[in-house]
Design a protein around this ligand. Structure first.
Ligand code: NZQ
Ligand code: ZN
Length: 385
């Protein structure tokens, strides 16, 4: 029986030119910290456009938030925000800048050691600074959700937290801002959004046809639009569809009231923290082996996925499941995202280290049945070599 709370307070302003709306979205008397990444926001002119839209407001710039944002860097922002009595945070970038901004928002008023935000998964956050975002990369859904993933370099740990206090108040989604993305980031975004849908869909049936069909529609849209985003990089409509599908993939809608998996993500986080693979690369490696490993537990949904997403109707059930897994791998490869650990120069020794880190981080009860222990993760990682 479906039984859930659904809460999402983020206002979306979508379309070309929507950065100008910042003027009415950010309080006129706000003292703003504008957070951004390495070079892209400056190079592409997005930063200047944002500054112009903020008009006469007091704005303090904080650049250098890394891909896979680090606690070490973000604590510099926390200190400045406290000293300068910043009362509004504006993220300009992809998931990393937005996630980093969520951490800063929660850490500024946090009275304890801020790493505990990660250790507690965000449960003890009682307040946060208000956040707005200007999205430049369609992938994570962070622009419309309450999650964030932060890396502590000194511990080689990459951990998530969730809190309703860090939902952005608004997010500006101007698809033209994604025209400057390198192919690798476009492809990464398609894979990440695809796996977000899968982690909320490919579990076991609970008679939730609304969530299922929304999820299948998002997957089909990614299969259709993803390759177009690479072959027609200047096509506004393709970029717009991609941006919206990625946002809807992880804004709570398709996950409401249904079982969720997230094991592929949590194993993938260890590979990024240890070896620096892009987030989406880790997902492309782990997901096909995870599907094989879980083919019994996920049998009914795998058959539904095979038929409704990939239109696979021939052969017996086992053949259709095999074909669906192969189609998934081939889709990632067709986007240029490699699906084997060896493609990233990782071998058995690196698998052993990743397993140690999973243990260190308490990741021994993963998946929708909480039965993915270290032995299962070992099989998945070894099958991914
Ligand atoms: O740093 P700069 O120079 O800005 O370059 C960035 C970065 O190197 C570049 N970029 C962004 N927008 C651009 C651009 N380059 C040219 N033109 C543009 N318009 O792209 C690179 C990657 O950016 P990043 O923000 O790291 O990518 P993404 O959006 O994929 O975010 C990945 C992070 O999000 C986390 C991941 O773990 C990872 O740390 N996730 C967050 C989630 C959430 N909050 O709900 C869910 C996801 O599962 C994911 O885990
Ligand atoms: Zn992801």
């Amino acid at each position: 029986m479906l039984n859930f709370d659904f809460y999402n307070p983020t206002q979306i302003s979508f379309g070309q030119g929507s950065i100008a709306k910042l003027d009415r979205l950010v309080p006129a008397d706000a003292k703003v910290m504008l957070l951004f990444g390495g070079q892209s926001a400056q190079r592409t002119g997005t930063l200047d456009e944002v500054k112009a839209a903020l008009g006469g407001r007091k704005v303090l710039l904080f650049g250098g938030v890394e891909a896979n944002p680090t606690y070490e860097k973000l604590m510099e922002a926390v200190q400045i925000a406290r000293e300068e009595k910043i009362d509004f945070l504006l993220a300009v970038g992809g998931g990393s800048v937005i996630d980093g901004t969520k951490f800063v928002a929660a850490a500024v008023p946090y009275t304890d050691e801020p790493w505990n935000i990660l250790l507690s998964g965000g449960r003890d956050i009682k307040q946060a600074l208000p956040i707005g975002t200007v999205l430049t990369l369609a992938a994570t859904g962070s622009e419309m959700n309450n999650g964030s993933v932060i890396t502590r370099r000194s511990l080689q740990a990459k951990l998530p937290f969730h809190s309703d206090f860090v939902f952005p108040q608004f997010s500006i989604l101007d698809p033209t801002k994604s025209f400057t993305l390198p192919e690798r980031q476009v492809a990464n975004g398609v894979v990440d959004a695809f796996v977000h849908v899968i982690e909320q869909y490919l579990t076991y049936p609970v008679n939730a046809p609304v969530q299922d069909r929304f999820a299948e529609g998002l997957l089909q849209t990614l299969v259709e639009q993803g390759p177009l985003a690479l072959s027609q990089p200047d096509d506004y409509e393709v970029r717009a569809n991609l941006m919206w599908v990625a946002t809807l993939a992880l804004n709570g809608l398709i996950g409401a009231g249904v079982p969720q998996d997230w094991s592929t993500h949590l194993i993938g986080h260890e590979l990024t923290a240890l070896y620096g693979l892009d987030h989406a690369q880790t997902l492309a490696v782990i997901l096909p082996s995870m599907m094989q490993e879980r083919r019994l537990a996920k049998r009914e949904k795998l058959l539904q996925y095979a038929e409704r997403v990939w239109n696979l109707r021939d052969g017996d059930a086992e053949q259709r499941i095999d074909a669906a897994i192969e189609q998934t791998r081939a889709f990632f490869e067709s986007l240029g995202v490699k699906t084997r650990l060896k493609d990233y120069d990782l071998a058995q020794a690196e698998v052993e280290t990743a397993l140690k880190q999973l243990e260190e981080h308490g990741m021994q009860q993963l998946g929708e049945h909480k039965d993915i222990d270290l032995a299962v993760s070992r099989r998945v990682l070894e099958a991914s070599l």
